[in-house]
Design a binder for this molecule. Structure first.
Ligand code: NAD
Ligand code: UDP
Length: 343
């Protein structure tokens, strides 16, 4: 069910962002599943600017047309309303498979659907990759390491996941997705890439995303209490979305089929993180404690030696620099909401 062909937006050609001119031969057709989500829409932007043809496919569970609106009507861009749990047929050269809820409240909202999306959705995309001989990259996650017993986490670590806990639908969903990638590579010769993505933030995160960065920034901007789950001694390491997008594109175009961690090793406790955001926003918010979340990993930090060696990749944007841009984004979003309410 394609939406894009129905949408004809009157827009002069020069009002699109600049795209690199390319010959037919060097222009790839690229499918991005989850293409209207937070990471997907940034990836779509970069691939479009590189001059490729991009098909953004999404079921709009957490994605929004608004995230890709700047490309609607562009001859190289297509927007497709589709759920990856159902097969999809198209001719493409590359598939970035990002479709999956990613924020704990979203993936726990319908755990069966989260598992179906990651298992059946990945089978469907691998079937497509096999038929059309496309290279396929899976957006896997640091969650496959579970509550890790070694720190930082290298790709060789097998993980520590509770199969029957509340995070299992996502963690095990992604673990089976990795297994499927390897099985299709071995048995069906599909050309695969596996990115293990660590906590990522930036503009275009949904206001109701529910992950820590958007929660804390929105709370701080509105002088509401900043909610720490548990004592705040747990750690995370946060990367800015532009670095992740560069890493995903480098990995796709590399020749490694090994899983590769993509993250920024700058590690903070959640308590330190709350204080930092409060200070950067200049907020009067109180910092309060909510009950600890079940199975919340106690520590997380990527070992990115492999990405450095195989992709010559490392994050370029410091966490603070990224936070400042993200704070400005959410400040604007809140202003726009106020204007809408007044109207
Ligand atoms: P997001 O929720 O903003 O984006 C996910 C997108 O997938 C949304 O547009 C959603 O509507 C779409 N989607 C969900 N189920 C679908 C289905 N059945 N069919 C079609 N589309 C579907 O989250 P995000 O942060 O942009 O995450 C993108 C990918 O990266 C996910 O696979 C996630 O697991 C992975 N990842 C993200 C992070 C992070 O910190 N952002 C960390 C690790 C892994
Ligand atoms: N967290 C928090 N307050 C919030 C949201 C999250 O203290 O309002 C904590 C959460 O318990 C976890 C960390 O922040 O320890 C990161 O949570 P997030 O949901 O962003 O991602 P996760 O890495 O857990 O998937």
């Amino acid at each position: 069910h394609q939406v894009s062909s129905d949408i004809v937006i009157e827009r002069p050609n020069n009002s699109f962002p600049k795209t690199k001119p390319r010959s037919e031969g060097s222009r790839l057709r690229i499918l991005v599943t989850g293409g209207t989500g937070f990471v997907g829409s940034h990836l779509v932007d970069k691939l479009m600017k590189q001059g490729h043809e991009v098909i953004a496919l999404d079921n709009y569970f957490t994605g929004r047309k608004r995230n890709v609106e700047q490309w609607i009507g562009h001859p190289n861009f297509e927007l497709v309303h589709h759920d990856v749990v159902n097969p999809y047929y198209i001719e493409v050269d590359q598939i970035y498979h990002l479709a999956s809820p990613a924020s704990p409240p979203h993936y726990m909202y319908n755990p069966v659907k989260t598992l179906k999306t990651n298992a059946i959705g990945t089978v469907n995309m691998l079937g497509l990759a096999r038929r059309v001989k496309a290279r396929m990259l899976l957006a896997s996650t640091s969650e496959i390491y579970g509550d890790p017993e070694i720190h930082p986490q290298p790709e060789t670590y097998w993980g520590h996941v509770n199969t029957i806990g509340p995070r299992s639908c996502y963690d095990e969903g992604k673990r089976v997705a990795e297994s499927l990638m390897i099985a299709y590579q071995k048995q069906e010769k599909v050309d695969i890439r596996i990115a293990r993505i660590f906590n990522t933030f930036g503009p275009k995160m949904h206001m109701n995303d529910g992950r820590v960065v958007s929660n804390f920034i929105l709370q701080a901007l509105q002088n509401q209490p900043i909610t720490i789950y548990g004592e705040g001694e747990q750690t995370r390491s946060f990367q800015y979305v532009d670095d992740l997008v560069d890493g995903l594109i480098s990995l796709m175009n590399s020749n490694t089929t090994l899983p590769v961690n993509l993250g920024n090793p700058e590690e903070y406790t959640i308590k330190e993180f709350a204080e930092l955001i409060k200070r950067l926003v200049g907020s009067n918010s109180r910092i309060i404690n909510h009950p600890k979340q079940e199975d919340d990993p106690k520590q997380r930090k990527p070992d990115i030696t492999r990405a450095a060696e195989l992709l010559n990749w490392k994050p370029k944007i410091s966490m603070k620099e990224g936070l400042k841009k993200t704070i400005e984004y959410f400040r604007d979003e809140l202003e726009q909401e106020k204007v809408k309410i007044k109207k």
